[in-house]
Ligand binder design. Structure first.
Ligand code: CTP
Length: 403
């Protein structure tokens, strides 16, 4: 197993040597990459001697190799940047590729983990906050810095996490012990927004909490997760690639682009069933507005996947206000699902904004499992237990021998 260890220029650069050593103890080969400024803080020879590999700094270091950043990206399983300065986070966030490390980031398809280290004011600056948010949305894993006394004399968050903490986080990615390790999962969550004009829209009361909990639980079980989310107030779950969309049409497009390579698709989003036939480019005036808005149906994303699925396991949600199990069973069949999570929305506690939920899980055989009211995180765990049971190959009983 190979890890690219990116080192950027800050006082904590010396700790990268300890990270390197600890990773090696787990049988991992290290390819060291340093930025120019990192070499001011730590001699490249240190990482070269410890790793047994040449330290890559510039884009044009090795003229003999075909395209070095591509070959390095392809041959490793993780890009770990420790320490990561505010500058490298900004470059990663905006896609600037002006040295080996930033170019490598753009060309890698492996998981990326950063362990930031910087002065407390730089850490708290809105630009850094925003850059980290962008990176987290893309699924970049962040080993949060510690709080404490800093080299600049100030106190606060920004000190590089301890090497043991960084290595533990890296190992969790490289050797996911979870029951879903190796699985690719797509989850949709939240409401959609269907615009009427520049200021008005049609939406619904979904908070996105249930779908976010489903995505977080899958990631915790070791899956690679893509979350496609309508507008919510929730922070993207750690270690999950989050794609923000607005309308049912945008959600459909985002799902279409990804669903084929997935093992499991969970559609927890409350997608609008209808959208205005036309979006007015100008604000509709009081006197002009007619009494009605013409609506046209949106694509039923789940149903259309159900018709075309091959090996993917498909899970849907059903919000029902009457005959919950009967209606959900019908929906499970008509949409070609393997599992449906049915919500009774008739009561006063409809479960929309709440942190709790009470659902029935109905599988493709029609079997219904009634769950008591529990936290959405616990519901997510029960949903994944049910999905994992369906993912297991059917055990064929041993055939009797005939004499
Ligand atoms: N769904 C979807 N695309 C749509 C509408 C719904 O993928 N355009 C998915 C939702 O994500 C959910 C499931 O379909 O997983 C059930 O949605 P729901 O609104 O409960 O059911 P409908 O199929 O719309 O049927 P009805 O409103 O008649 O109950």
């Amino acid at each position: 197993m190979k890890v690219v260890l990116g080192v950027t220029g800050c006082i904590g650069a010396y700790k990268s040597a300890l990270v390197l050593r600890l990773l090696q103890q787990h049988g991992i080969e290290i390819i060291p990459v340093m930025t120019e400024s990192a070499t001011q803080f730590l001699g490249p020879l240190t990482l070269e001697k410890l790793s047994g590999n040449r330290v890559i700094t510039g884009l044009f270091d090795d003229r003999s190799a075909e395209i070095e950043h591509i070959s390095v990206a392809r041959s490793s399983q993780l890009l770990l940047v420790a320490p990561a300065t505010a500058n490298i986070l900004a470059k990663f966030a905006s896609g600037i590729a002006d040295d080996f490390l930033s170019t490598l980031y753009l060309s890698t398809t492996t998981p990326v983990m950063v362990a930031p280290a910087m002065n407390v004011e730089m850490w708290n600056h809105p630009a850094t906050r925003r850059n980290l948010e962008i990176l987290k949305e893309r699924g970049v894993l962040v080993v949060e810095p510690e709080s404490g006394y800093q080299a600049c004399g100030e106190e606060g968050p920004g000190r590089l996490a301890e090497p043991e903490v960084i290595v533990r986080a890296a190992l969790a990615v490289l050797q996911p012990a979870g029951s879903l390790s190796g699985k690719q999962v797509l989850v949709t969550a939240g409401p959609t927004i269907e615009d009427i004009d520049p200021v008005r829209y049609i939406s619904n009361r979904s908070s996105g909490k249930m779908g976010y909990a489903v995505a977080a639980e899958a990631a915790a079980r070791g899956a690679r997760v893509v979350l496609i989310s309508g507008p919510t107030n929730l922070a993207p779950p750690g270690g999950v690639e989050t794609v923000q969309v607005r309308s049912a049409a945008e959600m459909n497009e985002a799902v279409e682009a990804r669903w084929e390579r997935m093992d499991v698709v969970v559609k927890a989003a409350a997608v609008a069933d209808h959208t205005p036939a036309q979006v007015s480019p100008q604000k509709i005036k009081k006197k002009e507005s007619s009494q009605s808005i013409e609506l046209v149906p949106t694509v039923d994303i789940l149903k259309s996947l159900g018709k075309r699925k091959t090996s993917q396991l498909l899970v849907g949600f059903a919000a029902e206000s009457e005959r919950v199990v009967e209606n959900a069973r019908l929906k499970c069949q008509s949409k070609g699902l393997d599992l449906i999570v049915a919500n009774d929305i008739s009561g006063p506690e409809a479960g929309f904004r709440s942190d709790q939920n009470e659902v029935v899980l109905i599988d493709r055989t029609g079997h219904a499992e009634f769950l008591p009211k529990m936290s959405k995180a616990d519901v997510a765990a029960r949903i994944w237990d049910a999905i994992e049971a369906l993912l297991k190959p059917v055990e064929v009983g041993s055939l009797g021998t005939h004499r």
